[in-house]
Ligand binder design. Structure first.
Ligand code: PEP
Ligand code: MG
Length: 564
């Protein structure tokens, strides 16, 4: 069992990716090719030894360095280790890359457990040696990658949001990862693309081998490897039922988003890329409530003003007059996209993330602000600052926006002077001081993914603490209520763009929310919930929830009233 993050059933062959510099194919081999597989392995070892001998001689004048490579050569030449790897190939009938990785991993784990500096260094030596042999093995064959030709269930230790976003979607049936949490950005990307995904499985990469038939039940978080016939047939039937349900949800797309007693609700979509606007609209979104613009960095590590402008222009063009809320860069934490800026931060979620980075790098921030301001003439644009923790930060961000406006005016560049400015309420201090912040902005958007993480001190991507990540914790409902009340008292708009609304939309409506932005693939499901109650019922449900003392009580109650 893992953490279910994107529902749906997938059935298909596995494609296992390693987390190292090389993807390590894993597959079974036939008995009659054991010898040739062992020979392939030994040839790679010979290449690696020759390579190391050459580096050793090239670095002879640099004694310290030369010794390191000599050490690596000794590791490779260690006959005990080689025999283990050859035996693994013949006994388990597995390919050379997998046998090498498996044996080396066991040795590395042994060293790692010793915790001394000396042994940690040996771990890196072993990694280096393994990668060197792998390079030669993979150079000789493309096996293992050939499976990319057919759709597969992708299995990996971890996938960064950037990897997830650029993988060939049409070929991915589902995602399975060893680590990750429900609102990790990888999970969000999987959900947006409607791909079933389970994360936090612990050691799925060592349990599944390339080509194994697997069933993924993304709703329950269950993975079945090499299913028997009755199980396979059961899931095939469920898959058909799921398709029928999808069709039913599809019929909801054109129906109004309103409660049984006619209260209108706005449902917008969260996107990571302008191209997703079309999908969002097709799913019935009434605009974009959260554009995660940091994903522009995925394709371009240093986007200029034009790259930003182009992204916003495209989104607005697809939106045809509907609203686009552009969130300024939320780079950092698990969205560091390999940028040097974040290397070495010990607590990235508490680090120089988001608006803090923008304050530090005013030029990057202003580049984006200029592009947003220019785009404001092309459609209904609103701007939103993320990770606000205090009034000073709101004032500072607004001051930089004002400065940018003045610069544009001086340069005779047009923008909409009435561009509305909002903030994300995703840090407890912002929710607690929402009455103060509301005086300075036109709207709040409640970001529960982070609000939960920061309120309950639970890392949103760490599966080990995933059970402590409790959206229905009374503290969360209280903070949300406080934020909504402050917005109403100060006559500003309030919406929610965190993932929580998908499950708790009814009590959230009861608390006063009328505006939500969700992953576009679940718009119809949320709409179905909204259309199943009257506002009076929603209010009764939220009133009861405010009396619950624990997350579990709330969940139980909601299950009873069958409204979630
Ligand atoms: C949130 O924190 O709830 C949110 C919507 O932003 P992100 O998931 O991008 O951090
Ligand atoms: Mg956030």
């Amino acid at each position: 069992m893992g953490i279910p993050v994107s529902s749906g059933i997938a059935i298909g062959p596995a494609l296992v990716l390693s987390s190292g510099p090389y993807p390590i194919p894993q597959y079974h081999i036939a008995q009659d090719i054991v010898e040739s597989e062992q020979a392939r392995y030994l040839a790679a070892v010979q290449h690696a030894i020759a390579e190391l001998a050459k580096i050793e001689s090239d670095t002879q004048t640099l004694r310290d360095i030369s010794i390191i490579f000599m050490g690596h050569r000794f590791i490779i030449e260690d006959t005990g280790m080689q025999e283990e790897i050859l035996a693994k190939i013949s006994q388990d009938l597995v390919n050379a890359e997998y046998a090498l990785n498996d044996v080396m991993r066991k040795h590395r784990n042994k060293f790692q457990a010793l915790h001394s500096k000396y042994h940690q260094e040996r771990v890196s030596d072993l990694e280096d040696v393994e990668n060197r042999i792998l390079k030669h093995l993979l150079g000789q064959t493309d096996r293992g990658r050939e499976n990319w030709d057919q759709p597969a269930v992708l299995v990996a230790r971890d996938l960064s949001p950037s990897q997830t976003a650029i993988l060939p979607q049409a070929k991915i049936l589902a995602f399975l990862t060893d680590i990750g949490g429900k609102t990790s950005h990888t999970a969000i990307v999987a959900r947006t693309r409607g791909i079933p995904a389970i994360v936090g499985l612990g050691s799925v990469t060592s349990q599944i081998i390339n080509g194994d038939l697997v069933i993924v039940d993304g709703k329950r978080g269950i993975v079945i490897i090499a299913p028997d016939k009755p199980t396979l047939e059961k899931y095939e039937r469920q898959k058909i039922q799921e398709q029928i349900r999808r069709q039913k949800l599809q019929e909801l797309v054109h129906l109004p988003v309103e409660t049984l007693d006619g209260h209108k609700i706005t449902l917008r979509a969260n996107i990571e890329d302008s191209s997703e606007v079309l999908l969002a609209m097709a799913n019935g979104a009434e605009g974009i409530g959260l554009y995660r613009t940091e994903f522009i960095y995925l394709h371009n590590p240093d986007p200029d003003e034009e790259a930003h402008f182009e992204a916003y222009r495209t989104a607005l063009q697809y939106l045809g007059g509907k609203k686009l809320i552009i969130r300024t860069l939320d780079l950092g934490a698990d969205k560091d996209f390999g940028l040097d800026d974040f290397q070495g931060e010990k607590n990235p979620f508490l680090g120089c993330r988001s608006i803090r980075l923008c304050f530090e790098k005013i030029n990057i921030f202003k580049k984006q602000l200029r592009a947003i301001l220019r785009a404001s003439l092309l459609g209904r644009v609103e701007i939103m600052f993320p990770m606000i923790s205090s009034l000073e930060e709101v004032l500072r961000a607004k001051a930089i926006l004002e400065e940018t406006k003045q610069e544009l005016t001086k340069a005779n560049i047009g923008f909409d002077p009435r561009l509305r400015v909002g903030i994300m309420v995703e840090i407890p201090s912002a929710a607690i001081t929402a009455d103060l912040l509301a005086k300075e902005v036109a709207f709040f958007s409640i970001g529960t993914n982070d609000l939960i993480q920061y309120s309950l001190a639970v890392d949103r991507i760490n599966p080990r603490v995933a059970s402590f990540y409790k959206p229905a914790h009374p503290a969360i409902f209280r903070l949300i209520k406080q934020t909504i009340d402050a917005a109403y008292e100060n006559n500003i708009k309030v919406s929610m763009c965190g993932e929580m609304s998908s499950e708790f939309v009814i009590p959230l409506m009861g608390l006063g929310l009328r505006d939500f932005s969700v992953t576009s693939s679940i718009i119809s499901e949320v709409k179905e919930l909204i259309r199943s109650v009257t506002m009076r019922e929603a209010r009764q449900i939220s009133a009861h929830i405010l009396t619950c003392s624990t997350h579990e009580q709330t969940i139980e109650y909601l299950a009873q009233v069958k409204k979630t």
